[in-house]
Ligand binder design. Structure first.
Ligand code: FMN
Length: 544
């Protein structure tokens, strides 16, 4: 699939496997990090390009727009590309969504932080976004490369392009600043940056669908070409942004070639200097090593992405934009809320690509991630550990890799389109909590999730670059779980902290055929009454 020589190939695979092993959390030992928070060097969550011309985008409303279920079943007709379109694309994917504030007993503000439409491990937001477009009515008469600045909901123009993408196509590049995550999480941070990037892919894909467009991840360009295209190859040092992926956004009926030669778009004439994020840094060399080992030479995936007819689960009349903008993580679960069996089945159908292709059709590879579920509070469904087989090719391999005494029994009333199996009946709350670094959100919810990736098979198929892509896929699944939780009237939380091999042992996984890359929990949220909330852009009016 890729053109690397096999010796080099083996070296890269060794590097990522060594990284993967050393960044596992164990019951008696966490992956390496500083072990304390170096507040003096807390990274700025907002990248800005000093000196680049800024275009502020209008602030759209949450009213109107398609229904949430239509995003998956019947997206609206494509809206024309203009400044409003660009504004809404970002407002429903990567913009700020709220401010939070906490006071001490004397009423003094102790801390203030913003939240975004896309979630992020530790709210550290390593992901940056770049727009590459031709002329956009209301924004620019010539093509260009812009950096999206969520703090002001604006675009910083870094370059002009004499010949940009055609008017029915925009490109969106995503990058990661690993330092933002490494500052807090040390060596495991690379994994978190990749999961966050997967969430961002999902956020952009669903925002595009709400405007009647579709997003596809174009894996043909190498990581280095992408870095040049976005101008981040000019950055060096610990804070440097690293190229992630390129999304191609078009109306859904557009076929044929892109009409742009990506390599030819790279060029000179950059404006703006990236701001410094921290006064000082602690280096984490293994992150640079795994970053380099997983760089893509440009991939062509032999097994295509999923496609198929739109599902028909019915429309609940919920507003897509409200669900998207009001998504939040639960910081605590109430240990009470139940959902019905039908609501549970419906929610899970949204993460099975054969049943609901979007937004998984954004990824050009066939799914590699399946789910283990720890079901605690679903009415009419036995408590226990379940498997959700997200692709038929996983079935045999999972049955061979997981514990031989697992039941593989279909639950009563389960729709034919939902490949769900009871593996082991019983109360799994304690084990779910323990495995999630003892976090109670994993036991106090409706159900918790471990995302298993077909690790060996994916790396054999696509080479070392697949390592990142497995996390992207897991992040994308997570993004749908977040939104589905909101739509079902509950909440979700991503769980990056879990004891990797404790989970593998519980599931009976020896070796690395399947590896757990991301955990999740969904349930009835408890609000923290001490927090004050303000509108996303209240700060621009000096109001928060
Ligand atoms: C990859 C990832 C890992 C996360 N891991 C945890 C976790 O282990 N525990 C937790 O309480 N929250 C976790 N979160 C939730 C984040 O803390 C949360 O997304 C962030 O604070 C922003 O808040 P919001 O999701 O409400 O916008 C995780 C989120 C992501 C995206």
């Amino acid at each position: 699939m890729s053109s690397q020589g096999s010796g080099h190939h083996d070296g890269r695979q060794r590097t990522i496997r060594a990284y993967h092993e050393r960044t596992k959390h164990h019951l008696d030992r966490y992956a390496r990090s500083l072990g304390y928070l170096d507040w003096a060097n807390q990274p700025d969550p907002f990248r800005r390009y000093e000196g680049a011309p800024i275009s502020r985008l209008p602030l759209p409303s949450e009213e109107g727009g398609p229904s949430y279920d239509a995003l998956f079943e019947a997206p609206p007709p494509p809206e024309p590309l203009d400044a409003d379109w660009v504004s809404r694309l970002f407002y429903y994917s990567l913009a700020l969504s709220a401010w939070k504030r906490i006071r001490d007993r004397q009423g003094r503000v102790l801390d203030r932080w913003s939240l975004r439409v896309n979630p992020s491990s530790g709210n550290l937001h390593p992901t940056e976004a770049y727009l590459i477009a031709g002329a956009v009515p209301g924004l620019s008469e010539e093509g260009g490369v812009w950096h999206y600045a969520p703090e002001i909901h604006g675009l910083e123009q870094l370059r002009t392009l004499s010949l940009g993408p055609p008017p029915d196509c925009v490109l969106l590049g995503l990058t990661s600043i690993h330092w933002r995550e490494a500052w807090k999480y040390g060596e495991r941070a690379f994994r978190y940056s990749q999961l966050d990037l997967g969430h961002a892919v999902g956020a952009v894909a669903l925002a595009a669908r709400s405007l009647g467009w579709r997003a596809r991840l174009d894996d043909s360009a190498s990581t280095r070409t992408l870095a040049k295209l976005l101008g981040i190859d000019r950055q060096h040092g610990v804070e440097a942004e690293r190229a992630g992926c390129l999304l191609v956004l078009t109306p859904p009926d557009r076929t044929g070639s892109l009409g742009v030669d990506l390599a030819a778009l790279a060029g000179s004439g950059w404006r703006g200097e990236p701001n410094r994020l921290s006064p000082d840094h602690h280096p984490w060399p293994v992150i640079d090593e795994v970053e380099e080992a997983t760089e893509s030479p440009g991939l062509i995936h032999p097994e295509p992405s999923v496609s198929g007819p739109a599902p028909r689960l019915g429309d609940r009349g919920l507003s897509a934009w409200r669900i998207i903008r009001r998504r939040r993580s639960a910081v605590a679960m109430d240990a009470m809320t139940h959902i019905s069996r039908d609501a549970f089945f419906r929610l899970l159908l949204r993460v099975v690509p054969a049943a609901t292709p979007a937004p998984f059709d954004t990824l050009p590879w066939r799914p590699w991630v399946s789910l283990l579920l720890f079901v605690h509070r679903v009415e009419g469904l036995e408590r226990g550990i379940y498997a959700l087989v997200r692709h038929p090719a996983h079935d045999g391999s999972l049955r061979r890799s997981l514990r031989p005494d697992f039941l593989w029994r279909r639950p009563e009333g389960c729709p034919d389109a939902l490949p769900l199996y009871l593996l082991q009946a019983g109360d799994a709350r304690g084990v779910a909590r323990t495995i999630a670094c003892h976090q109670e959100i994993a036991s106090d919810g409706v159900f918790a999730v471990a995302m298993l990736a077909a690790f060996d098979a994916a790396l054999a198929s696509g080479g070392a670059a697949m390592y990142r892509r497995l996390f992207w896929e897991a992040g994308l699944v997570g993004q749908v779980l977040y939104l589905e939780a909101e739509a079902a009237g509950i909440r979700a939380t991503g769980i990056g902290c879990f004891f990797d091999d404790a989970l593998h042992e519980l599931a009976g996984i020896a070796e690395t055929s399947w590896q757990s890359l991301y955990h999740f929990t969904l349930g009835g949220a408890l609000e923290d009454p001490r927090l004050e909330t303000a509108e996303a852009y209240a700060h621009l009016a000096g109001e928060f």
